[in-house]
Write a protein of this length. Structure first.
Length: 246
């Protein structure tokens, strides 16, 4: 099967769902990682083009750790809005990757780039299947509506600071070190967080969060998810079935 992690920024997939992606890759499935932006605001010292050029390479290097493809919709940071041009860009990402499964942001996270990406990715799982929906890429429509999953919001809380309840948690104890390796590819983000927030614990934050999610499922490390189950999406939990965890 083909799995697409469709996130807002470079490093979001590594923070939120990379352990699951590694397990799926080890099980023989094809992985693609896509971001709506190239991280144009992710520097305290470099301009948008300079930092975007760096972060695209970092994202591609991270994806290469698990032999995954990387795609970028090239929308500037903080300019992800739900409009028709961006709907088409998101749909084109799905046409290029042809996923059976899409993992994206939780619908209500700490910033609108994540929220808008969640909406656009959900919209694209439908629009990307429509032959008559306009496209700017030379790729066929997606064969059928993919399974759709929402990864944990940052810190596991919604915009009101309330812990969300995961529908299930994937055990990523066996893949945590590869998750660390992928996140470490994003060196520029570590430097930006240190300058912006006074934090120098990029990797340790990820370990703590993955540990917190794992504890909710009885694992050392885990990644929590909710599955989109509305019409016309399928209801079987294909991720757990593919991993043998059902």
């Amino acid at each position: 099967m083909k799995i697409l992690a469709f996130m807002a920024h470079p490093d979001d997939a590594e923070l939120l769902c990379a352990g699951t992606l590694v397990r799926l890759r080890k099980a023989g499935h094809d992985i693609a990682i896509a971001t709506m932006t190239s991280g144009s605001c992710g520097s305290a010292t470099l301009g948008p083009k300079e930092i975007s050029d760096i972060r695209r390479v970092e994202a591609a290097n991270s994806a290469a750790v698990i032999d995954a493809d990387y795609h970028c919709a090239e929308i500037p940071d903080l300019e992800i809005v739900f409009d028709n041009p961006n709907r088409r860009k998101a749909s084109d990402i799905l046409r290029l990757t042809q996923p059976d499964i899409v993992i994206t942001h939780y619908p209500q996270d700490y910033m609108y780039d994540h929220d808008m990406t969640s909406m656009l990715a959900r919209d694209a799982t439908f629009g990307g299947t429509l032959r008559n929906y306009p496209s700017d890429v030379d790729a066929p429509p997606v064969g059928q509506i993919p399974y759709l999953y929402y990864a944990s919001p940052v810190d596991g809380v919604n915009a009101f600071g309330e812990l969300i309840e995961y529908q299930f948690v994937v055990d990523v104890t066996s893949t945590i070190e590869t998750k660390v390796e992928m996140l470490a590819c994003h060196a520029s983000q570590r430097e930006w967080l240190r300058a912006q927030h006074g934090l120098d614990e990029y990797i340790e934050y990820m370990r703590r969060e993955t540990g917190r999610m794992g504890a909710t499922g009885g694992f050392d490390y885990g990644e929590g998810y909710c599955q989109h189950l509305g019409h016309p999406y399928r209801h079987d939990n294909i991720i757990l079935e593919l991993l043998g965890d059902a």
